[in-house]
Design a protein around this ligand. Structure first.
Ligand SMILES: Cc1ncc(COP(=O)(O)O)c(C=O)c1O
Length: 380
């Protein structure tokens, strides 16, 4: 299938539709947004300003600024246990570009890719744009939205070439233990699959839960995606990266797609990796308090069933007790209260009956949104 043909079959983003709606109403509170509300830490902004002042305003090397690739490799060895070098790191325009590069470099026409759902909206369209066929693999609330090795095993066919694993997950927050991840990786690799892991929420874990990297034990068959966007509140800088044993095919596509990532953004990212996590830890501790607040409020609301998510910055409550579809719930909640949440079916067929609530918003706004939502649920 050509890219043009694939585009014909791809729907516009449901999240964008909600943004557009929210922009029309002055008193709206958006819990639909998937990005940190904090400013980028000052040390990172200063580093980018210095880079601009010293004229780092020209093309960077295609693979990324050398010092940044080295610093990412060093971080990934130290923190993630991935035995990589700068040559294994490709700096990308966010993880968004990384997803397409990874898929396009390993699949061909008609190849199937397992996409455990609910999942980040970009995966299935990127599989289609790469000529492949996305196969949703539903993860259920009964299993805390965790993917299991048995489900993976059952879903593999002769055409399956890869699986995308996001842990911590957007929208459910489900975070796989190292043991779960190892079992899934074993099944996948035994059947000849490549593993694409999306680790952009790796720092967003709570209550002592840890995120793990499949590449630390399955180096040969794993492509790891990561990003500065969420960890450092840098969504607009557009810096992410992929790590793989062989990045040459991804580098080729990256060259013809974007040439390189904005040079001064890369110097900002370099300061982020080098300067440690002081500001990040402060932000995570604030997210953790917000998570507690939203959990306390949601769990006492009528018609709602909710689990405390292990990671990321989203809740994915079950709203089927209202008798509405999740689209009707999201639409009515917005019309009657101005609170924006995302219809769960945007994240896959099995997301119907759920909505995504982001808590990347101030405590004050979260309290107000919860008050409005509670009053709405009391009325129905
Ligand atoms: C799971 C996941 N992966 C990747 C991305 C893309 O991030 P970026 O392109 O900003 O690095 C997002 C953004 O919401 C996400 O939720």
């Amino acid at each position: 299938m050509s890219i043009g043909e694939a585009l014909d079959g791809i729907k516009a983003s449901e999240i964008r539709r909600m943004f557009d709606l929210a922009a029309k109403r002055k008193d709206s509170i958006s819990l639909g947004i998937g990005e940190p509300d904090f400013p980028t830490p000052a040390n990172i902004k200063e580093a980018a300003k210095r880079a601009l002042d010293s004229d780092a305003t020209h093309y960077a090397p295609n693979g990324g600024v050398r010092e940044l690739r080295e610093a990412i490799a060093e971080k990934s060895r130290r923190e993630n246990g991935i035995d990589c070098a700068a040559e294994n790191v490709l700096v990308t325009v966010g993880a968004t570009e990384g997803i397409l590069l990874a898929l396009a470099s390993i699949i061909g026409n008609g190849d199937e890719v397992l996409v455990p759902t609910p999942a980040f909206l970009n995966y299935c369209p990127c599989v289609s744009l790469s000529g492949g066929v996305p196969r949703e693999l539903p993860c259920s609330e009964e299993n805390d939205f965790h993917l299991s090795a048995e489900d993976v095993k059952r879903s593999i066919t002769d055409r399956t070439k890869a699986i995308i694993i996001a842990s911590p997950n957007n929208p459910t927050g489900a975070t796989l233990s190292r043991d779960e991840l190892e079992k899934i990786a074993q099944v996948a690799v035994k059947k000849g699959l490549k593993i694409i892991t999306d680790e952009v929420y790796e720092r967003f874990v709570y209550d002592g839960i840890k995120s793990s990297s499949a590449a630390s034990f399955e180096w040969d068959n794993t492509i790891t995606m990561n990003s500065f966007s969420k960890t450092y509140a840098m969504t607009g800088w557009r810096v992410g990266y992929v790590i793989a044993k062989d990045i040459s095919r991804m580098l080729k596509l990256h060259m013809y797609l974007v040439s390189c990532v904005s040079t001064f953004s890369q110097y900002g990212a370099l300061a982020a990796v080098r300067d440690g996590y002081t500001s990040v830890d402060r932000m995570i501790s604030e997210y953790s308090k917000r998570r507690d607040l939203v959990y306390d409020r949601l769990s006492s609301m009528k018609h709602i069933r909710v689990e405390k998510p292990e990671g990321a910055f989203y809740f994915f409550p079950n709203v089927s007790g209202t008798g509405m579809s999740s689209k009707d719930f999201a639409d009515r909640l917005f019309e009657e209260t101005g609170v924006v949440v995302v219809n769960g079916s945007a994240f896959g067929e099995c997301g119907d009956g759920y909505v995504r609530i982001s808590y990347a918003t101030s405590m004050e706004r979260l309290r107000e949104a919860m008050d409005r939502m509670e009053a709405f649920l009391d009325r129905i």
